[in-house]
Design a protein around this ligand. Structure first.
Ligand code: GDG
Length: 478
């Protein structure tokens, strides 16, 4: 690793973009980890001289900074109790459900909040230590909302950006949070606070007005009072819809071996006329239950026949120690078991349910094989799966069913937009997708592909970082 105090660009996120793998013989090495954030930021980090500050994913692991695959990594240690309180507790059982429209009930515990503050301070210290004078620090996501203000207090020379990958809720919901003021104050330490949707940025500025008074915001600008009575600063809150590395997904999907694997998948499923696909972390926000309900009713009513159609549901394991996720898994597996028990035949299953993570190559082949992609999230910051599906369909075929509650719906208007709560509407759209003529599929897919190509992950990060530098320059020349 280079001189650790000389990093001009620093990304701070809960997780480092690598997983520690221990082999049976006891040797350990690092492997790039999957996930939306990593997928999104990896190309940006490679293109710049930067460092990435984050947790290595295992409790009680003290590690020195190291370089992996060309990226400087600065590990932040967490104890087992901190993982339980800051990560599984406050991040995933308080903020996650609260920010996703209280689909599940958030739990509020003062000791979780204590741990959240302590851990946010530790991430701040690690970033402050490696940042060169005047460096740009880009803080990611809801686990680290206090870092911007903590960092500004410690290092006023830094340019600080924050991006929230999940929705920001309306004030009527946000107001439940006992620490609502502290979190907003934490975020306002940034020069630029980025959100997925215009509606999220609007919810945030409305929360600022409710907490600080009606004259504090104008358009995207927020007047931030100085904590020590000094001059005010301006912070900007704005939407920057995240995207994917479109070219790399398309390249993967064009490989002859991926095309062959897609053909094989169809064959292994018994050559059905229609393959429907869902790919989600096993999370209650993703609307997997709603999807299964609609699919089950279509089977019951004879609108689809097992053998003619199949649903492939990849549900990658997620947050398995949080109670709401254990319960969700039980419910989904009960439903899948019932539907398969009722409708499968010896030769054909109604649902191929896969509770594993898959390599990227297999995901691309699944996307290529799927005639209909089901994205039925009840609330989702963006939903990268929708964009990945589109990026892979170089054959201009396939139908995307997309929830209007996913951020991606703002851009992908030529998908079949659905309200997942409306089971009849969802069923109608599934049937429409099943019967859609090839010409309409192609024209919709071509327009979706243009949209996804126009805003890939590098234009997302370029536009965030350009706006960040402009906001910081404007704030400093005031
Ligand atoms: C959060 C926000 C926002 C999933 N299973 C496998 C696998 N994945 C990959 C997908 C995709 C990513 O994980 C999931 O991204 P999503 O955007 O769909 O959802 P979240 O994980 O909830 O991400 C979300 C995102 O942050 C980015 O800002 O869009 O709204 O909730 O890339 O392909 N990848 C592989 N194997 C799997 O089994 N290789």
């Amino acid at each position: 690793m280079t001189d650790s105090s000389q990093n001009d660009f620093i990304v701070v996120s809960n997780r480092l973009p690598v997983d520690r793998v221990v082999e049976p013989d006891g040797t350990a090495h690092w492997r790039r980890s999957p996930g939306g954030l990593v997928t999104a930021l990896e190309p940006v980090m490679r293109a710049s001289e930067g460092a990435w500050v984050g947790w290595a994913g295992k409790p009680d692991l003290e590690l020195e900074p190291f370089t992996e695959d060309g990226i400087d990594l600065v590990p932040v240690p967490l104890s087992a109790l901190e993982v339980q309180r800051y990560y599984e507790g406050f991040s995933n059982d308080t903020l996650w459900p609260l920010y996703h429209d209280v689909i599940a009930a958030p739990s509020y515990h003062r000791e979780w909040w204590e741990a959240y503050q302590v851990v946010n301070q530790r991430f701040t210290d690690a970033a402050a230590e490696v940042a060169a004078p005047g460096a740009t620090v880009w803080v990611q996501d809801y686990q680290l909302q206090l870092v911007p203000a903590m960092l500004r207090a410690q290092r006023p020379d830094l340019v600080i950006g924050f991006f929230n990958h999940i929705p920001f809720p309306p004030y009527g919901i946000y107001a439940q949070l006992p620490w609502r003021r502290q979190i907003v104050e934490g975020l306002l330490g940034a020069d630029l606070i980025g959100f997925q949707r215009v509606a999220d940025a609007g919810n945030f500025t409305r929360a600022v007005r409710r907490l600080y008074g009606p004259t504090t915001t104008k358009g995207t600008s927020i007047r931030v009072p100085s904590p020590d009575g000094g001059p005010e600063r301006i912070a900007i809150a704005k939407a920057f819809p995240i995207s994917i590395d479109v070219a790399s997904f398309e390249e993967l999907a064009r490989r002859p071996e991926t095309i062959e694997r897609a053909r094989q998948i169809r064959e292994e499923l018994g050559n059905p006329t229609t393959i429907m696909l869902g790919v989600d972390r096993l999370d209650y926000t993703k609307g997997i239950r709603h999807r299964l309900k609609a699919y089950g009713e279509l089977l019951r009513d004879g609108d689809i026949e097992v053998g003619d159609a199949v649903l492939v549901q990849v549900a990658s394991p997620s947050r398995e120690r949080v109670a709401a996720y254990m319960q969700l898994r039980d419910e989904i597996e009960l439903t899948v078991g019932r539907l398969n028990g009722t409708y499968s035949t010896i030769s054909h299953s109604a649902i191929a349910y896969l509770h594993h993570g898959y390599p990227r190559e297999e995901m691309a082949a699944l996307y290529l094989a799927a005639d209909i992609m089901l994205v039925t999230a009840l609330r989702d910051g963006m939903n990268l799966v929708a964009k990945e599906y589109v990026a892979c369909r170089h054959d201009d075929d396939g139908v995307l069913l997309l929830s209007e509650f996913a951020g991606a719906a703002d851009e992908l208007k030529n998908a079949l937009l659905i309200n997942p709560h409306d089971i009849d509407g969802l069923k109608e759209s599934m049937v429409k997708a099943l019967r859609m003529p090839k010409k309409e599929r192609a024209s919709r897919m071509r327009s979706l592909r243009r949209r996804v190509r126009d805003n890939d992950v590098s234009s997302w990060s370029d536009s965030f970082l350009t706006t960040l530098r402009q906001s910081a320059d404007a704030a400093r020349s005031m």
